[in-house]
Design a protein around this ligand. Structure first.
Ligand SMILES: [Zn+2]
Length: 106
């Protein structure tokens, strides 16, 4: 039920990957999601359950980090929705980061 998602910025070439969603036995307590740390503006892969109310992070499921999702494709984990295109890039700050699921984990 988890995924590995690869990112690629269509503007500056920045790329990394992150884990989305926990495993079969941990999904109720561990839900890794991509986020931006509001203090450092760095990309981090954090547990949504630990930080959803802390106010320290913007999540990529938030509209603040979403731009033009021109191919209109989305994916989700629980009730969190992510766009494939037009996400905020932590390197060049443009909303040009693409997300692609590369692996399914359980
Ligand atoms: Zn970029």
């Amino acid at each position: 039920m988890g995924n590995i998602v690869a990112t690629l910025c269509r503007s500056c070439g920045f790329k990394n990957e992150f884990r989305l969603g926990g495993g079969r036995f941990s999904y109720l307590t561990n839900c890794p999601v991509p986020a931006i740390n509001k203090e450092t503006l760095e990309f981090e892969n954090i547990n949504y359950f630990d930080h959803k109310d802390s106010g320290k992070y913007l999540f990529y499921s938030d509209n603040d980090l979403k731009g033009d999702n021109y191919n209109d494709k989305k994916f989700s984990n629980f009730d969190l929705y992510f766009n494939e295109e037009g996400n905020y890039c932590p390197s060049c700050k443009a909303k040009k980061l693409a997300f692609r699921i590369t692996m399914y984990l359980d």
